[in-house]
Design a protein around this ligand. Structure first.
Ligand code: P6P
Length: 333
């Protein structure tokens, strides 16, 4: 008989969620599991459209009208529409904050969750084929809430789930529900996210720093000093390596897997930095902490303890390996 090397007991995201729900939150009513199924549909559909982007010229507003005559949309608009439709039809989401939507969206129906998302983060890079991603963070509505802005202007520590899907050579989903970080890879033949990186932990140190040095003229002196010192030969005789993609999901994915430190500091040009608290800083901070790393702001305060005043508020952020953050903290004035 033909011998085949076949893994016959793969763990799909659906199976993983059901198993995790049983042993970590017996009280879970299955609603988060259902919500995660709607989320994974959105990721599959966005991945499909990104794959097609080059082919059907979805990149940029090509100006050519499609069959129905409307101007073709940029991918970030398509990603936002896919996400909104998937969350609305889940009947589990009451409140949605999207980077693409100025105002909060409150859905009809009885959802018990508030979702914060950047549907296609890094989209400015997509025309160059750089990996982009969907970032998301999920709150359960506050007790007795009918769904309002008060369900999302809360500490990041109150998020029940967070993660991202990076659309690279494959689609990679990194997910935490508060019990560690697990990585899944989309098998397009099966149409399933398969568990590929169980219980992922970030290395405690790594000589890689990831920051846009084009902003260094505007940095505070303590940041300049810290980065300059990384460029000197360290105890091992070698300086740090600089790695900056300019797409947060790609930079965070590398940092989670290899270790190191990522930052978008506040500076004199952008006094609160550039990255948004609710759907960029909080989800990545929760992932980093759950993987054994840390995430702080420019004053050294824990990102997840911050409370945003507005749904698009920004914060300076430093995150990554615990050892690298501890080193940076000694420079904070
Ligand atoms: P800069 C992409 O536009 C983004 O929002 C993040 O994905 C990325 O980390 C950051 O901005 C890059 O900003 O100013 O370095 O180009």
């Amino acid at each position: 008989a033909k011998q085949m090397n076949v893994e016959t007991d793969i763990i799909t995201l659906t199976r993983f969620i059901l198993e995790e729900q049983q042993h970590v939150a017996p009280s879970a009513t299955g609603e988060l599991s259902l919500l995660l199924n709607s989320l994974q549909f959105a990721f599959k559909f966005i991945a499909h459209n990104i794959r097609r982007a080059e082919l059907v010229n979805l990149i940029g507003v090509s100006g050519t009208a499609n069959a129905t005559g409307d101007t073709q949309k940029k991918l970030d608009v398509i990603g936002d529409e896919i996400f909104i439709n998937a969350m609305r039809s889940s009947n589990n989401v009451k409140v949605l904050v999207s980077e693409e939507q100025e105002d909060l969206i409150i859905f009809e129906g009885g959802g018990k969750y508030a979702v914060c998302t950047d549907p296609i983060d890094g989209s400015s890079n997509i025309d160059a084929g750089v990996s982009v991603g969907t970032i998301f963070g999920i709150y359960r509505l506050k007790e007795g809430s009918k769904g309002s802005i008060n369900d999302v202007l809360r500490k990041g520590t109150e998020m029940v789930c967070a993660g991202y899907t990076m659309y690279g050579a494959s689609a990679h989903l990194m997910l935490t529900t508060g019990y560690g970080v697990n990585g899944f890879t989309l098998d397009t033949q099966l149409g399933e996210f398969i568990l590929t990186q169980p219980n992922l932990k970030i290395p405690n140190t790594r000589s890689i720093y990831s920051v846009n040095e084009g902003n260094s003229f505007y940095w505070p002196d303590y940041v300049k000093k810290y980065i300059e010192d990384l460029k000197k030969p360290q105890d091992n005789g070698k300086p740090y390596s600089a790695r900056y993609v300019g797409s947060m999901v790609a930079d965070i994915h590398r940092t989670l897997l290899y270790g190191g430190i990522f930052s978008y500091p506040a500076d004199t040009k952008s006094k609160n930095g550039k990255l948004r608290i609710l759907y960029e800083c909080f989800p990545m901070a929760m992932l980093m902490e759950q993987a054994g790393g840390r995430a702080i702001n420019d004053k050294g305060e824990r990102i997840l303890d911050m409370i945003p005043k507005g749904i698009h508020d920004k914060s300076g952020i430093w995150l990554g390996s615990k050892g690298e953050i501890e080193k940076f903290v000694t420079y904070i004035k």
